[in-house]
Design a binder for this molecule. Sequence first.
Ligand code: NAP
Length: 483
Amino acid sequence: MVSRVIPVAPFDLVVFGATGDLARRKIIPGLFHRFVVGQMPKDARLIGVARREMQSSEFRDFIRDSLLEFALRAPDDKEQLDAFLDVVTYVCVDAAGDTGWTELQAKLRDDAVRAFYLSVAPALFGEIADRLSAYGMATPLSRIVVEKPFGKDLETAQALNQTLRRNFAEEQIYRIDHYLGKETVQNLMALRFANSLWEPLWNATHIDHVQITVSESLGVEGRGEYYDQSGAMRDMVQNHLMQLLCLTAMEPPSDYNPDAVRNEKVKVISALKPALPEDIVRGQYRETPGNKDSYRDHAKDPHSRTESFVAMKVNVGNWRWSGTPFYLRTGKKLRARSSEIAVVFRDPPHMIFPKMEGRRGNALIIRLQPDEGITLRTTIKEPGPGGLRLAEVTLDMTFADALAGGGDTQDAYERLIMDVIRGDQTLFMRGDEVEAAWNWVDPINAAWEASSREPEKYDAGGSGPEDALMLLHREGRRWREIG
Ligand code: NAP
């Protein structure tokens, strides 16, 4: 399969926070990869911005080191480094003051798309957006890109949206949830809406339940103090898991365009029933002989109640999904780093074969990581003589194998940055979508904060707290193994 690379129009990409972790590991390597494959036009430019005093030449050295560490995929890539660095410059700007803005403005071209990527603390978003306007840089050809967190509740998200919209139209605002840039997540839409096979089965009549798991093997480590203000519900459920749920549950949009897709996602969020306390399990990893540091060691608060794990049952209150629960699960320090959506089908209404011990039934598993791909669990006759016994086998497609020799394995950030330049918002969250998600999550958090319950402790390297297993067991179901 030959991948198509469609060049984009000339652009000036301004990265605020260009010396930070996200810029070094994801944004700039992402751009470099698009340069290597020829998608970035030769007259496109990358302008790094941060507070520290630095010459463009020093910044280029810094970028070279970052690319050598994070970005080289093929031996030939190294040869492209100098050509890429030719388009890189640096301006020292204090986002919270008046230093550097005029110099930045002077660097921008009037006739090129300009994208301002705010890879800085969210507290600076408002000041930057206001100054971009004040210095005449927010033009019709501008786009502004912001990273999560988009607020910490409905009120702060509304305030952030107002700040951004004061200076940019909604069509110019790109809220990144990098999960939406993952190949498999988009493939979920292709799978559902480009095949006639699934749609007749994609409802409560045929689907018993859906499991969405995003598990991490790492703990909070160096981010402990930041994470302690957030927790898994705000950091993962409100955004990444909610997006996966929406794409699984939404109605077919009338078209593959940003508003048609996002309208359907908002409808799903609006249809979510309030989550009941007994349907939510919060956990926190503890010290074990094999894991010397507990969550609380990193959070610095020995009494922290912030959850590093959430499992919950979610009901979508609409015709399609009534009676089919969605179980969400996410956590840190679990057995493996793995993300998947498992759509588990109902049993046949009448079974003519002898009962098969341990039979789990049909399931379609969409793997986001590792090994992006799709698996269909199906039941066959166990080979061999001695009567008809059933066995479960999987039809397995790993994209890297299926698309070998030409599948374009883009990182999520690569794709999303190019979408910003092209002006395609399909894979970005709209303001009302973010607010709807907080509107649903806020009462859950308020109830938790008003309670005196402690998160349930779980061992590092396991599957999460016991109660999370019970969430499914009590209904005669079970989680898939993590990893
Ligand atoms: P970081 O490593 O702390 O980098 C912050 C950057 O902002 C630095 O380049 C810093 O450079 C610059 N900066 C700070 N204050 C500034 C000011 N007043 N004016 C101009 N520049 C300023 O942060 P990060 O981890 O890259 O995260 C950036 C954003 O992405 C945050 O909103 C974070 O929540 C979000 N995010 C990060 C990740 C990740 O994996 N890192 C993932 C998802 C979302 P100077 O100190 O030189 O100014």
